[in-house]
Write a protein that binds this ligand. Structure first.
Ligand code: MG
Length: 380
């Protein structure tokens, strides 16, 4: 029986993780759940999965939950309690599905304890990839990617030698604006940007898919996760989202992993690796899909994708600046304070204005995140 701590259980990955766990009651035991504020979802999860404790970051919501559920389970509150849970509680697998930079600190706690981290929070590797991968080695921790592309690559690499990889090919759906002109970005609405053609996801990642920053963050994530230089990482548009990514080897052979666009499969793989467990998820009907298409991404139109390739070459704190600026800019766009086209502008301005530090330690990364957020919040 594996004990699981789920950070961010009310989000789309958290809910899907519980959908997986529900199928294997004799394999997994949910020991803790954390949410920011969505106690309605959490209350149902407590009743079904009976965790030892939950953390609700928002204090007033924690209070409300306590009065709703009585002694059903321990209800803690605040970000520090969330860190304490990762640092001190008894668990085998941390499922990290918090949104954004906030996922970094608890993930580091789990790494220091040599745990398995099923990582959905790509920002952790984007902002602190070098430190994180070093700590993982030092502490014999394990990162199993939940991101569907990285899960695909991980699966393609089983039994292979990394030295024989010629390139990774990350597939991208192209998001809701794939067939729009760049001029459309001036007046693109929040609803249009949230309307992803293939995947149902949270708001932040949906906007990141519309700008293709999501694919950019995934390039950086792949760079750290698989230890390959960025010039060995390619992005190809594949609008059907059935091939989740590919690996090309030095002999020209390409391996791909396929499946329906459903996060339950990569989540289950991250929880059960190296085993594969039988499930009743919907199977891929290839004749019904009918055709696969591929083409090059337009780096001029999707500037955020280009910026992600650029910051990994710059190195140091540049990826941290990119990530923090993007988080603030996306939030501003969702709250209708800037246009869609300004997201990449704000990131560019932050990268211009904020000093880059090479070989950052963790304090430098936290400081860089803070300074970037302050700057981008003050821009419009
Ligand atoms: Mg992905």
């Amino acid at each position: 029986m594996k004990k699981i701590l789920i950070l961010g259980s009310s989000g789309s990955i958290g809910v899907n993780t519980l959908n997986v766990v529900r199928n294997f009651p004799d394999k997994f035991n949910v020991v803790g759940l954390t949410v920011n504020s969505r106690i309605d979802v959490l209350e149902q999860q407590i009743k079904e999965f009976n965790p030892e404790f939950v953390v609700v970051t928002d204090e007033s919501k924690a209070k409300e939950l306590r009065s709703n559920i009585g002694n059903l389970c321990e209800v803690l509150t605040g970000y520090d309690e969330l860190l304490n849970a990762a640092e001190l509680r008894d668990y085998d697998i941390l499922l990290g599905s918090m949104v954004g930079f906030a996922g970094l600190a608890p993930t580091l706690e789990a790494i220091k304890r040599g745990k398995r981290i099923a990582l959905a929070n790509k920002e952790t590797l984007v902002v602190a990839g070098e430190l994180v991968t070093k700590l993982v080695l030092e502490n014999s921790a394990e990162i199993l990617p939940v991101d569907s592309e990285h899960s695909a690559i991980y699966q393609c690499l089983v039994g292979e030698n990394l030295n024989e990889v010629e390139k990774l090919i990350l597939t991208a759906s192209g998001g809701p604006f794939l067939n729009k002109d760049k001029s459309f970005f001036e007046n693109a609405t929040v609803d249009e940007a949230l309307n992803h053609p293939n995947w149902k996801m949270g708001n932040k990642i949906s906007i990141d898919s519309a700008t293709m920053m999501n694919k950019g963050l995934e390039v950086i994530e792949a760079h750290w996760l698989f230890g390959l230089p960025v010039d060995k990482i390619n992005v190809v548009i594949h609008p059907q989202s059935i091939i989740h990514s590919m690996v090309q080897f030095v002999d020209g052979s390409i391996k791909a992993q396929l499946g329906l666009p459903d996060m339950k499969l990569p989540i289950q793989y991250a929880l059960t690796f190296p085993e594969r467990l039988q499930n009743n998820f919907k199977r891929t009907d290839l004749p019904a899909i009918n055709n696969f298409t591929f083409f090059e991404p337009d780096f001029n139109k999707f500037e955020c994708l280009q910026l992600a390739f650029d910051v990994i070459k710059t190195g140091g704190t540049a990826p941290c600046i990119l990530n923090a600026a993007n988080e603030v800019a996306v939030d501003k766009f969702i709250n209708k304070r800037i246009k869609f086209s300004q997201i990449s502008d704000l990131i560019n301005r932050a990268l211009d204005k904020i000093e880059n530090h090479s070989d950052p330690d963790i304090e430098t990364i936290f400081e860089c995140d803070k300074v970037t957020r302050e700057l981008v919040n003050s821009l419009n």
